[in-house]
Design a protein. Sequence first.
Length: 130
Amino acid sequence: MTAPLPLAAGAAPVVAVVRAPDPGGAVAAAEALVRGGVPAVEITMTTPDAAAVIAELRRRGLGRGGNGGAAIGAGTLRSPAEVEAVVAAGAAFLVSPRLDDALAALEGAIEVGDEPPPPRPLVLERLTSS
């Protein structure tokens, strides 16, 4: 069973996924997407220094926060340490492919971004796997 797009994407009609071989390329690609009007951009954890990329995009004012930017998020999160790093960097949403005890322990214990929170990915995992 799959979740409807508004639930899975936090009501964004398009979520661009940026996977780059280096942080500079990821920043450039994400910036172009945001400036082109894409409402949500996920930086993958396979991008080197993904948390630093998110922080740089936020520093440049490209994250939502009243200025019309995009929701900048992170995926594919596989550990509590990754979650903590990207939340500290300013991620507005999180994507995880699975639910395990370590990630479940974080659910509801973190505040994500500076806007109303989208559905938590761990909740989505429960909804889509039931």
